[in-house]
Design a protein around this ligand. Structure first.
Ligand code: OOG
Ligand code: NI
Length: 408
C-alpha cells in the first residue's frame, strides 16, 4: 500500500473536477474534445516544436478552474484544501479596478516548483467578495451579507482535517486520499438547494457576481479551462459546431508563425442557462434557471519580465522584439538555456487582470451598480496574505528563480 502525495492528489483532483464539470456542463466536454483535436493537429504540423511550451502530456491534462467565495474564513479554508494538493496562492488581482468593476479581489492557487508545474500545473483562480466596499454594498446589504455568509458552511470539517493532515504529513493513505477527493469534489458541485429568489435578485441588481457568491449557500466551479496550442483554430471550429463564443479572444493578438507567443490568450463560450430551484417569499419552491457557468479555453506563451510586461501593457506586441534571442538578451522574457545551448521559454503560469475582467464581464447579466462617491475598502496583497495565513507568492520572483536555477 503506497501513500498518496500532493502531486498525485492534484492530478486526481483536476481529473475529478473535469469529470464533474463535464457532467454538469456538457458543452465543456465538447471544448475539451476540440482542444485535443487542435493540439493533435498542431503536433502533426510542428513536430517537436509543438512541445516548446510544455510536453503534450502536460498540455493535455492542463486545466484551470475558477471559484468564488464570500468571506476571509472561506478564503483561508480554500487555501488549506488547495495546499493539500500542492497548490499555493500566487499573485494578487483587484478586479474592483476593472471596467465594469467587479466587487472581488482574487489570487490563483497553483504549483510553484518547476517540476510540479511540469507534471500537472492545475490552477484555480479564486475570487473573494468584498462586502464592506461601500461603492457596491450599503450598510444594510453588508450586514445581511455578513449574516448570510456567516451562517453557511462551504467545506465539511472532515475535508479540512484531511487537508491539514496532508499538509502536515506530506501524504495520505489511499483511503483517506479517496475520501479527500470525494469531499473536495462534492464541495465544488452545483448545489440542488433552492435559491432565495428575492435575495438573489437584490444582489443581482448590484452585481451578478455578488449574487453568484452571496446569493447561494455553497460555492461551485464557475468554469474549467483546457489549454490549446492554437486558440484561433479552436475559436473557428467551435463557431462551426454552433457553440456561441464571446466576440473576441482576450489578451495579445495572434503572432505570425515563428514569433514567440507571450503571456496568455483566452476566450470563452457564454454562460448557459442551467436549471436551478428557487424559493419564493411564501415558502413555495419552483424550477427556474440561472446563467452563471461557462467554458473557457486558453493558449499560453512565454512569461514576460516586469520590463517586458510594462512594454506590453503600454505598446502591445509592438513593444516587443519578435525572437526568443532578442526577448532574452533585452531582459524582456524569461528563458532557461538547455544543455544544447538553446533557449527554452518559461511558460506564463498566471492570469491577466484585464482578460479576467473581460471574462467576468462577458458573462454578467446586467450592468450592475456602484457608487463612486464612496471610498474603496482597503485591500492589498498584505491583507490577503494575512487572511490566508500563508505566503502569497510574487509571480515574478517565481519566474526569476526558474530562470536562474535554484540558489546555491
Ligand atoms: C474568474 C474570471 C477570471 C481567467 O481565466 O482570467 C478567470 C471568474 O469568473 O470567477 O478565470
Ligand atoms: Ni478562467
Amino acid at each position: 500500500m503506497t501513500v498518496v502525495g500532493p502531486t498525485q492528489l492534484r492530478s486526481r483532483f483536476a481529473a475529478r473536477l473535469s469529470e464533474l464539470y463535464g457532467r454538469e456542463v456538457p458543452a465543456y466536454t465538447t471544448l475539451v474534445e476540440v482542444s485535443q483535436e487542435v493540439n493533435a493537429q498542431v503536433l502533426a504540423r510542428l513536430g517537436d516544436a509543438a512541445g516548446r511550451l510544455g510536453t503534450l502530456e502536460r498540455v493535455t491534462a492542463e486545466r484551470h478552474g475558477a471559484i468564488r467565495v464570500g468571506t476571509a474564513a472561506e478564503l483561508e479554508q480554500t487555501g488549506r484544501i488547495f495546499g493539500a494538493a500542492g497548490m499555493y496562492p500566487v499573485g494578487f488581482y483587484d478586479l474592483r479596478e476593472a471596467r465594469p468593476a467587479i466587487p472581488v479581489i482574487s489570487t490563483a492557487f497553483r504549483p510553484v516548483a518547476p517540476e510540479e508545474l511540469a507534471v500537472n500545473p492545475f490552477r484555480v483562480f479564486t475570487s473573494m467578495l468584498v462586502i464592506d466596499d461601500r461603492r457596491f454594498f450599503d450598510e444594510r446589504t453588508e450586514s445581511e451579507l455578513r449574516e448570510f455568509l456567516g451562517a453557511r458552511t462551504l467545506f465539511p470539517a472532515e475535508l479540512l482535517e484531511l487537508a491539514d493532515r496532508m499538509e502536515l504529513q506530506g501524504s495520505l493513505p489511499p483511503a483517506a486520499a479517496d475520501r479527500f477527493l470525494d469531499l473536495a469534489t462534492a464541495s465544488f458541485a452545483l448545489s440542488a438547494e433552492p435559491v432565495d429568489r428575492a435575495w438573489y435578485a437584490r444582489l443581482e441588481e448590484i452585481s451578478s457576481v455578488a449574487a453568484d457568491i452571496g446569493g447561494v449557500t455553497s460555492t461551485h466551479i464557475n468554469h474549467l479551462t483546457p489549454r490549446v496550442l492554437d486558440i484561433d483554430a479552436l475559436y473557428e471550429r467551435m463557431g462551426r459546431l454552433g457553440i456561441e463564443m464571446i466576440d473576441r479572444i482576450q489578451g495579445p493578438p495572434r503572432t505570425p508563425e515563428g514569433v514567440p507567443d507571450v503571456l496568455l490568450r483566452q476566450t470563452s463560450f457564454r454562460a448557459l442557462a442551467e436549471p436551478r430551484r428557487f424559493r419564493d417569499a411564501d415558502g413555495s419552491v419552483s424550477e427556474g434557471a440561472l446563467r452563471v457557468r461557462f467554458g473557457e479555453v486558453e493558449q499560453r506563451g512565454v512569461a514576460l519580465t516586469p520590463e517586458g510586461r510594462r512594454r506590453y501593457d503600454e505598446l502591445g506586441l509592438d513593444g516587443l522584439p519578435g525572437t526568443d534571442e532578442a526577448l532574452h538578451a533585452e531582459g524582456l522574457a524569461y528563458y532557461v538555456r538547455n544543455s544544447a545551448g538553446d533557449l527554452t521559454p518559461i511558460v506564463y503560469e498566471d492570469f491577466l487582470p484585464k482578460s479576467a475582467a473581460g471574462i467576468f464581464a462577458s458573462n454578467l447579466t446586467g450592468e450592475g451598480r456602484s457608487d463612486s462617491r464612496w471610498q474603496a475598502a482597503a485591500r492589498d496583497a498584505h491583507w490577503m496574505r494575512s487572511v490566508l495565513g500563508r505566503e502569497l507568492h510574487d509571480p515574478y520572483a517565481l519566474y526569476a528563480i526558474q530562470a536562474e536555477g535554484p540558489e546555491r
